[in-house]
Design a protein around this ligand. Structure first.
Ligand SMILES: Nc1ncnc2c1ncn2[C@@H]1O[C@H](COP(=O)(O)OP(=O)(O)OP(=O)(O)O)[C@@H](O)[C@H]1O
Length: 244
C-alpha cells in the first residue's frame, strides 16, 4: 500500500542545480533548478508537469543520479533508479539489439540476463528487421519503442520516464499505457514527465508542478492541473496586455 508513513524512496529538500554556461549575466551560472522539495514514496506514480524549459528533465537527471545537486539535499534511500529518455543513453552507430544490451546493463542487469529477455524486448518493440540496424536509421517513435521495451523488461525499482509517450504511434501509445497501468498496479515506483493532461490524470497518484525551477505545488492530479492551467491562462492574458 502507498503510504506516506513509509520511508521515501527519494527525498529532495530545497534542491538547486546550475549549469555552467554563457547564458547567465557576465558568465554567471544558469540555475535550471532553484528550489525543489518533495518526497517520492514506494509504489507511487508521480507526475511532473510544467512549461517547456522549467527544469523537468534536469530534475529527472538529478533523481537518476546522473547529475548532483548544486545546493540543497538529495537523498536516495538505496533504490536502483533508471531514466528512460529519448536523448539519453543510446549510441547511434550501434544496432537496436546492441543498444538494448548496453542500456539493460546500464540499468543494472548482467549481459546474460538481458539476453534471456531479448525475445520479449523484440516482441514488444515490434521493430522488425530494424532491430538489427544501427539506431541512426530510427525515427523518434522507433527510439521510443526500443527504450520502452528495454526499460519495461529490465524492470528497475524506480523508473523515471521523460516525455516519451507522445512520440509513438497510437497503437504503441495504447500498448505502453496499458503496460504502465499494469506496472502501477504491481507497485513499481514510477515518475513521469508529460505534457499530456489525460495521461497524468489517468496514471498518477500525485503530481508536482515545476515553475521556473521551483516546485510550485504538489497534490492530487486534478487539483494541481487546475492550478497549473489557471496560471497558464493568467500569463497568456498578461502577455496579450491590458486593452486600452
Ligand atoms: N546541459 C545544459 N547546459 C546548459 N543549460 C542547460 C543544459 N540542459 C538544460 N539546460 C537549460 O536548463 C533549463 C531547463 O532545461 P530542462 O531540459 O531541464 O527543461 P524541461 O522543463 O525539461 O523542458 P522541456 O519541457 O522543453 O523538455 C533550460 O533553460 C535549458 O536550456
Amino acid at each position: 500500500m502507498i503510504t506516506q508513513q513509509n520511508l521515501p524512496v527519494l527525498s529532495l529538500k530545497n534542491v538547486g542545480v546550475y549549469y555552467k554556461s554563457n547564458r547567465g549575466v557576465f558568465g554567471k551560472p544558469f540555475w535550471a533548478l532553484k528550489d525543489v522539495s518533495f518526497d517520492l514514496y514506494p509504489g507511487e506514480t508521480l507526475g511532473i508537469i510544467g512549461r517547456n524549459g522549467v527544469g523537468k528533465s534536469t530534475l529527472l537527471r538529478l533523481m537518476a543520479g546522473i547529475i548532483k545537486p548544486s545546493k540543497g539535499d538529495f537523498i536516495n534511500n538505496g533504490y536502483q533508479v533508471s531514466l528512460l529518455s529519448l536523448n539519453l543513453g543510446f549510441i547511434y552507430y550501434l544496432t537496436g539489439r546492441e543498444n538494448a544490451i548496453l542500456s539493460g546493463m546500464f540499468m543494472g542487469l548482467r549481459k546474460a540476463e538481458i539476453q534471456a529477455k531479448m525475445d520479449a524486448i523484440i516482441e514488444f518493440a515490434e521493430l522488425g528487421n530494424f532491430f538489427d540496424q544501427p539506431i541512426a536509421t530510427y525515427s523518434s517513435g522507433m527510439l521510443a519503442r526500443l527504450g520502452f521495451s528495454v526499460a519495461f523488461q529490465v524492470d528497475p525499482e524506480v523508473l523515471l520516464i521523460d516525455e516519451v509517450f507522445g512520440v509513438g504511434d497510437a497503437e504503441f501509445r495504447q500498448k505502453s499505457t496499458q503496460l504502465m497501468q499494469e506496472k502501477i498496479q504491481s507497485q513499481q515506483t514510477i515518475v513521469f514527465v508529460s505534457h499530456q493532461d489525460s495521461l497524468i490524470r489517468q496514471l498518477c497518484h500525485r503530481v508536482v508542478w515545476i515553475e521556473d525551477g521551483v516546485s510550485k505545488a504538489e497534490g492530487h492530479a486534478a487539483q494541481v492541473l487546475r492550478e497549473y492551467h489557471h496560471s497558464l491562462h493568467l500569463s497568456s492574458i498578461s502577455a496579450k496586455g491590458t486593452p486600452i
